[in-house]
Design a binder for this molecule. Structure first.
Ligand SMILES: [Fe+2]
Ligand SMILES: [Fe+2]
Length: 146
């Protein structure tokens, strides 16, 4: 069933928050979780930048992309840390807070602006375009999603 871009983006935010919770709780293999988060974060960010942000005011799109890049840098640093590094949990909290801020910004400001900018039919088209890029990137990364 076709779903609009706002719903699809918010659903994917919830998936990432669940992965953050598992990582924070120390559940599962840390490196595997980081790899999955990296793949999902990158796929989500690229799909937004390529297919959704172009419908937004340029300044808002640039701000969003800057925040994506900051999150990717922080996550990359976490992936490179050894399992015994004592600063891991502090830096994990920083990363989660940074992404949490970005998600809140999107859900309270960016996505409402998108709803105002395009009509409902276009919002469904953007949803399909977002999913196409996201799922292609996840497939390349070897993450299977239903
Ligand atoms: Fe997002
Ligand atoms: Fe985003």
């Amino acid at each position: 069933m076709a779903t609009d871009a706002v719903t699809l983006i918010m659903n994917d935010h919830r998936i990432m928050e669940q992965l953050f919770d598992r990582l924070r709780a120390g559940a599962g293999d840390r490196q595997l979780l980081l790899d999955e988060i990296a793949a999902r974060l990158t796929a989500h960010s690229h799909a937004e930048e390529q297919r959704v942000y172009p419908s937004l005011p340029a300044e808002m799109a640039h701000h969003g992309a800057d925040e994506h890049h900051e999150a990717e840098r922080m996550l990359h640093d976490l992936q490179r840390m050894g399992p015994d590094d004592e600063s891991f949990s502090t830096r994990l909290d920083d990363f989660i807070a940074t992404v949490g801020h970005h998600i809140e910004d999107e859900e309270t400001s960016v996505l409402p602006a998108l709803r105002d900018a395009v009509d409902p039919a276009r919002l469904v088209e953007l949803g399909a375009a977002f999913e196409q890029v996201r799922l292609e990137e996840l497939a390349v990364a070897g993450i299977s999603v239903s």
